[in-house]
Design a protein around this ligand. Structure first.
Ligand code: BT5
Length: 259
């Protein structure tokens, strides 16, 4: 079934909709393998096994959120994939703020924050052949009209909880697709975030702040100096040394809470 109101050439022009599914990312990967064109989207009303990063669970209650996966076929190396995730995150941030009027920010690398809590997370998966991506699946979850998510997860919220009213999920998807297609092409033309980084940085909540960084081995506090055109975070440690952090197995939190 088509999404009405799209102004895109390919993002969202082919859509599969499910009432319930295990995970839209799982279905999108199967669909990508069987050759569906770039821009195809899987949407579900609920997910029984929604996935976060690193094997975490993503709560996806029925009828209240956007649970969506987009299939892309960029001619880029596997190292550049995290940049696609950043492009999707900044597109969804803008879509949310334009449709709802709420102030939405990005927590590096790609959580979207409203009122200091998480409204959206992104899980990107890919298949690579030799040194290029064969397909990429960008899975995006947005809590739109849920009214009790913060009870289950204290650092989570929904647009309705923050804005005090219900929002049209389809309108957010349309706005996202229209914005994302343009940004994605800017990214593909340059192969990095050079043309987009100003907007990303203007809306990034951790830039110029002290953060708590944790990985498998250690946890430490650092100051966020900058974000590079390859999407990495440039931090200054307590001893004054600068270091570059790539997306992956790190978690970045605020000193006193989630942001
Ligand atoms: C993410 O992981 O933020 C990526 C979430 C991607 C979800 C989408 S929905 C469509 C597509 N299909 C899928 O199966 N997945 C994608 P991460 O940064 O690891 O955050 C996961 C953590 O966020 C969990 O451990 C919880 O603490 C929290 N969480 C779980 N459900 C949440 C929700 N609905 N809203 C906010 N936080 C949530």
């Amino acid at each position: 079934m088509k999404i009405r109101g799209l102004e895109t050439k390919y993002i969202g022009q082919i859509v599969e909709r499910y009432d319930e599914i295990d995970s839209t990312n799982i279905r999108a990967k199967e669909w990508a393998k069987s050759g569906t064109p770039e821009g195809s989207i899987v949407l579900a009303e609920s997910q029984s096994a929604g996935k976060g990063r690193l094997g975490r669970t993503w709560l996806s209650p029925k009828g209240t959120g956007i649970w969506m996966s987009i299939i892309l076929r960029p001619h880029i190396s596997p190292q550049q994939i995290s940049q696609v995730t950043l492009v999707a995150g900044m597109s969804m941030r803008r879509a949310i703020s334009e449709v709802t009027g709420l102030e939405a920010k990005i927590k590096w690398p790609n959580d979207i924050i409203v009122g200091e809590k998480k409204v959206c997370g992104i899980l990107t998966e890919m298949a690579a052949r030799a040194n290029h991506a064969e397909y990429v699946v960008v899975g995006i979850g947005v809590n739109v009209n849920d009214e009790s998510l913060d009870e289950a997860i204290p650092h989570a919220t929904s647009l309705a909880l923050e804005g005090g009213c219900a929002y049209d999920r389809e309108q957010i998807i349309i706005q996202f697709a229209n914005i994302f297609e343009g940004y994605y092409e800017v990214f593909l033309n340059t192969g990095n975030l050079g043309g987009l980084i100003k907007e990303y940085k203007d809306n990034c909540i951790n830039l110029g702040k002290q953060v708590r960084i944790s990985n498998n081995q250690e946890e430490y506090i650092a100051y966020v100096e900058d974000i590079d055109v390859d999407g990495s975070l440039i931090i200054k440690k307590a001893d004054g040394r600068c270091e570059t952090i790539f997306t992956g197995e790190v978690s970045v939190r605020g000193l006193y809470g989630y942001v």
